[in-house]
Design a protein around this ligand. Structure first.
Ligand code: PEP
Ligand code: MN
Length: 344
């Protein structure tokens, strides 16, 4: 429920209501505005009704929050949320480019790839140290050694970093060595993991599950925010459909839909969304055009040698060309992108 106070309501009036909400075992949200204060109350609707806030003289009106997801909904926070991934703002006016290899394979591989993607315009370096592979016989990642490589390369090249966390036991290491958590598609509904990252304030990129609905995705984001971490970015990375021509079907409806319903930033992953190198560019442009706040793209210094997801990895030249081609799309979407700083 959203409680809108009259412009004449004082701080003490707001505090009285906040206290009542808390005493009833519900979650109070304080949103002081320029003209009037708005208070959110989350929890059992029947308990909320029994508090009769409509009878309080300082209350202008009450509005129920209709969506199942509350804290991530624009019904509660109408304005776009901007999240700082290290020094990279994600959401709002600035368009964010995250790029790097699927997996961290070695120091040299990550360093070379990082220099290439940074020169082309990326500010956040991606790369997996813990890899969720379909086959147990495939490369599983370098683990903590990979995280250390990522920290070192990020510092050397001057990039923020993001990597996947698969296990709550790795939480401290991943938070210590990198700028943001990635929760992979296969873990979108791992509620223990969602709550664990929710206990921190470290930014989280939450990827859509392979067969997850948009509502399930937003409720997974709600878990993280409700636990206490508001720094969540949503990632559309393609879903399983009857279509087999491409690895996944990049659901751009979801991007426009989530932007309408939620204030959280949305990142498009055209690499996993298509699984096909030549389709990454067209779908990256489409992602920008339908309102994404950023892109996460796989690039490798030598795609043929990539130990995972080779078919979708862009070479340095391909990535750099794509970045140039994206500039007019980014500008047309009303965002800014620091092309000059990174051009040379
Ligand atoms: C990845 O980013 O390399 C990855 C494994 O992604 P997803 O969880 O979307 O499959
Ligand atoms: Mn990958």
């Amino acid at each position: 429920m959203i409680i809108i106070l009259k412009p004449s309501a004082t701080k003490a009036d707001a505090q009285e209501i906040l206290n009542k909400i808390e005493e009833a075992g519900l979650k109070p949200l304080h949103m002081p505005g320029v003209e009037r204060t708005v208070i959110g109350a989350l929890g059992d609707e029947r308990v909320l009704q029994s508090l009769h806030f409509d009878n309080y003289p300082q209350v202008e009106h009450l509005k129920p929050v209709l969506s199942k997801y509350k804290l991530v909904s624009r019904e509660i926070y109408p304005h776009d949320t901007v999240i700082d991934v290290g020094n990279t703002p994600v959401g709002g006016d600035r368009f964010a480019i995250m790029a790097g290899p699927c997996a961290i394979e070695s120091y040299d591989q990550l360093l070379e790839t990082a220099k290439q993607v940074k020169a082309a315009g990326a500010t956040v370096l991606r790369g997996g140290a813990f890899k969720p592979r379909t086959s147990p016989y495939s490369f599983q990642g370098l683990g903590v050694e990979g995280l250390k490589i990522m920290e070192q390369v990020g510092k050397e090249v001057g990039m923020d970093t993001i990597t996947e966390i698969m296990d709550v036991n790795d939480l401290d290491d991943v938070a210590r060595y990198t700028s943001a958590f990635q929760i992979g598609a296969r873990n979108m509904q791992n509620y223990t993991l969602l709550k664990a990252v929710g206990e921190t304030k470290h930014p989280v990129l939450l990827k859509r599950g392979l067969s997850a609905t948009i509502e399930e995705l937003l409720l997974a984001a709600e878990y993280i925010v409700a636990t206490g971490n508001p720094n969540v970015m949503i990632c559309e990375r393609g879903i399983r459909t009857f279509e087999t021509a491409t690895r996944n079907t990049l659901d751009l409806n979801a991007v426009a839909f989530i932007k309408e319903k939620s204030h959280l930033p949305v990142i498009v992953d055209p690499s996993h969304g298509t699984g096909v190198r030549t389709l990454v560019g067209p779908m990256a442009k489409a992602g920008v055009a339908c309102g994404a706040d950023g892109l996460i793209i796989e690039s490798h210094r030598n795609p043929r040698e990539s130990v995972s997801d080779a078919a979708q990895a862009l070479s340095a030249d391909d990535f750099s060309q794509l970045m140039q081609q994206l500039i007019p799309f980014i500008k047309a979407s009303g965002r800014t992108y620091k092309e000059v700083e990174y051009a040379g």
